[in-house]
Design a protein around this ligand. Structure first.
Ligand SMILES: Nc1ncnc2c1ncn2[C@@H]1O[C@H](COP(=O)(O)OP(=O)(O)OP(=O)(O)O)[C@@H](O)[C@H]1O
Length: 288
């Protein structure tokens, strides 16, 4: 079951194509990450979901309720945190609003600042207030556009613990981020560049795709012999101070590589699987 389906989305601003033939399926109950460099089209895609920009293509939301934390603050600067929350609660027709507001204020750790005007909050506090407002009606699909931008590391951690808790309760989350440690926490990610999708899958899939597989590094006594042997078996091999063997799935191939070398009298001194970090994968895919 999907919570959100986007098919062949196209958003143009004049002659400029901001999102180009972009498709996406977010399954119910997953944390889905939308990644990409500045200007890739992430926010525009999200704005299209909410009908804020004219678009071609199809967008279907299969959720009873949807919450949106946009990049630019929708909060009223001259209202207090609590007044803003009351406003969003009334927009969504939240019953038992008082109780829900109190619960959320405590959750985002703003209870003692509830009477402070939003214009006098720090950046991180504003993000927390925005998150609380986006969640006021307890939506089953939450769309978060860079929720942790300008948030300090301890609070980022708290936010993500909270997202993971919501997710464990069955909520679907679509999140954009520039932080790779956050992307690693997603079930699946899509990487966008220039309005197009350039990679999709679990963080592991995307890493594999970026380096065209996984690398097994072997240190041996006779590099030339080992390289020749492995190449003759069809492996793509690179030689520097050790031998890098490209495989589709290193965990499956590692014992075979070692066995072949040993059988042919090559001494294997060290062997390890080298995985690209998501950051490396991201840079590689974006630069391609
Ligand atoms: N209203 C608009 N009019 C003209 N161009 C726009 C408009 N909104 C966005 N764009 C352009 O569309 C492209 C995609 O912008 P978008 O904000 O979606 O990128 P993004 O991936 O969210 O980037 P960031 O990571 O910086 O938030 C950019 O080149 C941007 O300048």
């Amino acid at each position: 079951m999907n919570a959100l389906e986007i098919e062949n989305l196209m958003v143009k601003f004049g002659n400029f194509v901001a999102v180009n033939n972009f498709s996406l399926r977010v399954k119910r109950g997953e944390i889905f990450g939308l990644l990409g460099p500045n200007g890739a089209g992430k926010t525009t895609t999200i704005r299209a979901i909410f009908g804020m920009v004219p678009y071609e293509g199809k967008i279907e939301v299969y959720a009873d309720s949807i919450g949106w934390m946009p990049q630019n603050s929708p909060l009223y600067l001259n209202l207090t945190v609590e007044e803003n929350m009351k406003f969003f609660a009334s927009l969504h027709g939240v019953k038992e609003a008082k109780q829900r507001i109190e619960e959320l204020l405590k959750l985002v750790d703003l209870y003692e600042f509830r009477n402070r005007l939003v214009k006098n909050l720090s950046g991180g506090m504003r993000q927390r207030a925005m998150l609380a407002c986006a969640m006021i009606h307890d939506p089953d699909l939450l769309i978060l556009d860079e929720p942790t931008a300008g948030v300090d590391p301890p609070l980022r951690k708290t936010f993500w613990e909270y997202f993971e808790r919501l997710n464990a309760e069955g909520k679907t989350i679509l999140v954009t981020t520039h932080y790779m440690d956050e992307a690693e926490k997603c079930d699946r990610i899509v990487l966008m560049r220039n309005g197009e999708k350039i990679a999709e899958g679990s963080p592991e899939d995307v890493k594999r795709k970026a380096i065209g597989g996984e690398i097994i590094k072997v240190k041996v006594d006779d590099k030339r012999k080992a390289a020749k042997l492995l190449s003759s078996l069809g492996y793509e091999v690179e030689v520097d101070d050790s031998i890098a063997v490209k495989t589709t799935l290193a965990s499956r191939e590692i014992s075979k590589v070692v066995e072949v070398l040993r059988r042919e009298g090559v001494e294997v001194e060290e062997v390890e699987i080298v995985k690209a970090s998501l950051e490396e994968a991201f840079l590689k895919l974006v630069e391609k």
